[in-house]
Design a protein around this ligand. Structure first.
Ligand code: ASP
Length: 348
């Protein structure tokens, strides 16, 4: 009888142990020595509004950007170097709302924000409202590595970048016809007589319909270090030195080697209020859920309930990748250690 009881307990134990955890039935868990994921912004990106030429241009730039970081990781380079190199490709392209393609403020200037965080040390750096730095992500890296600060803003951040020897441009470098015209369209609409409710509705639909276009990258290197970075021109027609989530550690960018790295894009005010990037890492740490479960809950449940639109890219310590957005599309790409490439724009 005693023998039978032990046998029953053992059988129950084994069958319990071999039950597949809930999350593993839903998603494929990967093990990658290194991996990289990027985004070029989320928003109302619909195939019907896209010409084949523009679609191809985005796909090619996304592929170029992700391959740049991938090559660094493959050759044993650090995740921070990979993030910087991938983001440079997008910052130097007029296609994205960062660096060269930054959107215009109400005052017809370009004011850029960027941030970076390293998951090994929780070290971080950021700049907000810079007007002359060609590659704001490099300014954020300088703040992280060569200052006692985390976030520098305005003229001081431009001055710091110059002193550190970063490439400085005349503000006219950031002019693009496409972005200037979209500011004028918004300003023209603003001139129309609208009552308060109509105005609120207009601002809402205008923001929701715009393509945000911020860029971001998260990478895991062969040493197990995760870095996340984000760079943006902010939102068209912003005023009063408005700063969004992109340079805010925990909202636009977060990385922790024990959990994951995240870069956000979307309506920044909601990402700040939801502390979106950190919330994803915190859910993994405190609730022991997978990356997919954490990103889905934060974007599809919590952010959506708040009224926020946008998305994130994220990558965990095993190189699992997540793209999550509640908009029609998000420019995005990834590569894993097998060299498998994903480049996507629309919801699928
Ligand atoms: N999140 C950015 C901001 O609010 C905009 C974007 O992602 O496109 O400044």
């Amino acid at each position: 009888m005693k023998y039978l009881t032990s046998l029953l307990i053992a059988v129950a134990f084994v069958s319990c142990k071999t039950t597949v955890p809930k999350e593993e039935t839903k998603e494929e868990i990967q093990q990658n020595e290194f991996a990289i994921v990027i985004h070029g912004g989320a928003g109302t990106i619909l195939k019907k509004n896209m010409t084949p030429e523009l679609e191809k241009a985005y796909q090619e730039k996304l592929e170029e950007a992700v391959r740049k970081g991938y090559d660094i990781l493959k050759n044993g380079g650090s995740s921070t170097k990979a993030v910087e190199a991938s983001i440079h490709v997008m910052e130097n392209s007029p296609l994205f709302n960062a660096g060269k393609g930054a959107v215009f403020t109400n005052a017809e200037t370009n004011e850029m924000d960027a941030s970076i965080m390293e998951g090994a040390t929780l070290n971080a750096g950021a700049v907000a409202g810079v007007k002359t730095v060609k590659n704001p992500i490099s300014a954020a890296i300088e703040v992280m590595n060569n200052s006692n600060h985390v976030l520098l803003s305005g003229a001081g951040a431009d001055q710091f970048s110059k002193e550190k020897g970063l490439e400085i441009m005349d503000p006219s470098y950031f002019y693009t016809d496409r972005r200037f015209k979209s500011l004028q369209r918004i300003k023209d609409k603003e001139k129309t007589e609208l009552d308060h409710d109509e105005k609120t509705a207009f601002y809402d639909s205008d923001i929701k319909n715009s393509k945000f276009g911020t860029v971001g990258c998260v990478a895991l290197d062969k040493n197990g270090n995760i870095t996340a970075g984000t760079s943006t021109g902010g939102m068209t027609n912003k005023r009063w030195n408005r700063i969004g989530d992109s340079p805010i550690i925990g909202a636009g960018t977060y990385a922790n080697n024990n959990t994951c790295g995240v870069s956000s894009t979307g309506w920044g005010e909601y990402f700040i209020r939801g502390v979106v990037a950190h919330d994803i890492a915190a859910q993994m740490e405190y609730k022991n859920v997978t990356l997919k479960e954490a990103t889905h809950d934060v974007i599809q449940n919590k952010l959506t309930k708040l009224g926020g639109t946008g998305g994130i890219i994220a990558l965990d310590k095993n190189g699992n990748i997540s793209f999550e957005f509640n908009t029609a599309g998000m420019y995005r790409a990834s590569m894993n250690d097998k060299g498998e490439l994903i480049v996507k724009i629309y919801k699928e």
